[in-house]
Design a protein around this ligand. Sequence first.
Ligand code: THG
Length: 270
Amino acid sequence: MIVIGEKINGTRKQVAQAIQDRDADFIRDLARRQFENGATYLDVNAGTVPAREPDDMIWLVETVQEAAPDAILCLDSANADALRAGIGKAAKVPMLNSLSGEQFRIDGVLPLACEFQTELIVLALDDNGIPRTSEGRLDIIRRLVELTRAGGLPDEKLFIDPLVMAISTGTENGNVTLETCRKIREEFPAAHLTCGLSNISFGMPLRSILNQAFMVLLAQAGMDSVIVNPEERDLRGIMMAAETLLGRDRHCMNFNRAFRAGKIGPEKEA
Ligand code: THG
């Protein structure tokens, strides 16, 4: 499972404060800890007003790559100016989060992804919102993949997000996401899948249990990437266990190696 670390997000209070105060130590610490805990990508979301967002994105990009130079940034914004500013400062070609069927993102984000040949998260929503059914979500994805292909972006660079909605607001929300995953996997086998896992448990008790159960179900449905807090030790163990059991871990090597390195299972004494 490819891990995208979610913690550098300005919608979180402490992060918003750190961005405002230009508290580089706080951001660097988040970057380092997520990378050390297995995040290949670090989501970077300034979460600020459009006028400030490009400057804030530049500062975040520079600060994060000081602490985690080997991580790949996942620039999380709907604002094409902020994305362009971030791309300009990124040492490696970043992932963009995200394109959707919303016209302003087709106009703003798609050309950037094509120009810089970035990896690109593609959301199954458009100007009418998030479809309730998997077929509705598939229709949007089909239309968007036509556009990315026409723009010269290979399917391998896409991370398609079927969208996870809170189970507390709809009994079928889990099933719709899982069904959308399976259909995307079938129709676009070269593309990756990703999602914001913890959306599933909003408004519920025992959120980490629900997140862990959903991780297993998503893995079975073909999910190969997740946007999560990589520091959640139990979640990491469940994630690696699911992949091993699904035959995605040759000779169980990743699982054994992670155990021996103390990355999963009971915390080792220092
Ligand atoms: N899909 C895509 N991108 C996304 C999402 C998605 N980006 C944003 C979000 N969803 C995923 N990222 C986060 C970042 C932080 C938190 C959750 C998701 C978070 N949540 C705490 C909570 O749930 O209560 C807030 C408490 C805190 O401050 O720690 O932190 O779905 N493509």
